[in-house]
Design a protein around this ligand. Structure first.
Ligand code: FAD
Length: 403
């Protein structure tokens, strides 16, 4: 290891790339290793994988200097969020009720990666290796060595941001709590008649169906269903699938035309029992995955980045070693509890609204309808969804000016 403040980041997805830029800006030497193709965007392409980005994440990316590039590359702010079960069991959140221009933005994952990577390319403290980490050769309180197909890399610390099936987490034998949600997420992009800049979500008896607004009245669908039901939807012709989705959405965005293939993702709750150890830390999906029903996964990963950057910068300021588990422990204490609370909330909504005893979803649906008229409670809920509640630094908490 040639530098006491050198870091290897395994994985350059949205979370790993944010981690790399945040640490480089704090004077750490960063080597980021990612084996996926670099994003390519064209004006005519149709969005496939998108994320709902909340205000806290947006504030952080603005501080990193990448938000304006994301805005330039393209995003879709939404001013309203409507969640319903039946026509009289619904709740509407409006940005204007909390004096905001929007409640959040839908952004293509590749747009986020492209903006981050263009900043990483220009940063003198960052080296990007487009290959796979094959093996962690050694790790401990004296640093880490990893092997790729072409070289050995050394650093004081490795941060695993290598996604839900993290091979670094597996090689380090880090214990994991796992729970199969019994749902597959179906993802596809549709042309709608008019989405009204609204994020739509309906709790159906099988699972939640969301249509998220994109440019030119396109919508990104995320429909979570038991495997058998999702297989049936996959087997439909695109025309029939459009009819079924539009009907389940009570035709709130009008008729639909499917623009992409339909993709399927099995959904699993994962929570690593440890986030740090001698020579390593986990962030993003490598540390936790949750049900996508509230669109919080990457936002949680970005708050991991905020917290770990804060902890590592403090250690560096005190001139202490960053690879010691004890020094890293405040990060684990901070983020593990926040992420567990979010995972429990997702399980509550997922299980409650699709409970086999009809009384339970009925009570939740009625509760939602009642809440719609209680403005102060509604405002609290929306601030939570915008990522502005909980233990986050003041710099991410500002309501800000939106997109
Ligand atoms: C259907 C669905 C909808 C979702 N919607 C939302 C949403 O609206 N809002 C939201 O906040 N979240 C959402 N999420 C969650 C979000 O997609 C994830 O939380 C996020 O992508 C995790 O990012 P990450 O960078 O941690 O991991 P990943 O995106 O998985 O990135 C990991 C990277 O590491 C690389 N890698 C892996 N192993 C190695 C290795 N050994 N060596 C080198 N590189 C490696 C991979 O190639 C990849 O580039 C959704 C998830 C699903 C399934």
């Amino acid at each position: 290891m040639d530098n006491a403040y050198s870091v290897i980041i395994a994985g350059g997805g949205m979370v790993g790339a944010s981690m790399a830029l945040a640490l480089a800006q704090q004077g750490f030497d960063v080597q980021i290793v990612d084996d996926s193709p670099l994003p390519t965007l064209s004006d005519s392409h149709v969005e496939m994988r998108v994320s709902a980005i909340n205000r806290a994440t947006q504030n952080f990316w603005r501080r990193l200097g990448v938000w304006q590039d994301i805005v330039t590359l393209g995003l879709s702010p939404y001013q309203v969020m409507t969640v319903w079960r039946k026509s009289h069991q619904q709740i509407h959140f409006h940005a204007k009720d909390i004096g905001q221009p929007d409640l959040g933005c839908i952004v293509e994952n590749d747009v986020i990666r492209q903006a981050l990577i263009s900043h990483l390319d220009k940063h003198e403290r960052v080296r990007w290796h487009n290959e796979r980490i094959e093996q962690v050769s050694s790790i401990g309180p004296n640093g880490v060595a990893v092997r790729t197909a072409s070289q050995q890399l050394n650093a004081a610390l490795i941060i695993a941001a290598d996604g839900a099936n993290s091979s670094i987490r597996t090689q380090l034998n880090i214990p994991l709590s796992m729970h199969d949600y019994g749902h597959h997420a179906l993802v596809a992009t549709f042309q709608a008649k008019a989405h009204l800049d609204t994020a739509w979500q309906r709790f159906l008896s099988d699972g939640p169906l969301a249509l998220l607004p994109l440019r030119d009245n396109r919508c990104s669908m995320v429909w979570s269903l038991p495997p058998e039901a999702s297989k049936n939807i996959m087997a439909l012709s695109p025309e029939r699938r459009c009819e079924v989705v539009a009907q389940h959405m009570d035709f709130r965005v009008g008729e639909l035309v499917q623009l992409t293939d339909t993709y399927q993702f099995p959904l699993t709750m994962r929570q690593s029992r440890q986030y740090v150890g001698d020579g390593w830390a986990l962030v993003g999906d490598a540390a936790h995955t949750i049900h996508p029903l509230a669109g919080q996964g990457v936002n949680m990963g970005i708050m991991d980045v905020v917290a770990l950057t804060h902890v590592l910068t403090e250690i560096k300021l005190r001139g202490r070693a960053i690879e010691h588990k004890q020094a890293l422990h405040p990060y684990q204490r901070w983020r593990r509890s926040e992420n567990r609370i979010m995972a429990k909330a997702m399980a509550f909504f997922k299980d409650g609204f699709s409970h086999p005893v009809p009384f339970i979803p009925e009570v939740l649906g009625r509760g939602m309808g009642l809440l719609d008229s209680i403005r102060p409670v509604k405002n609290k809920v929306i601030k939570q969804a915008m990522g502005l509640a909980g233990n986050i630094p003041a710099s991410c908490r500002q309501l800000g000016l939106g997109g």
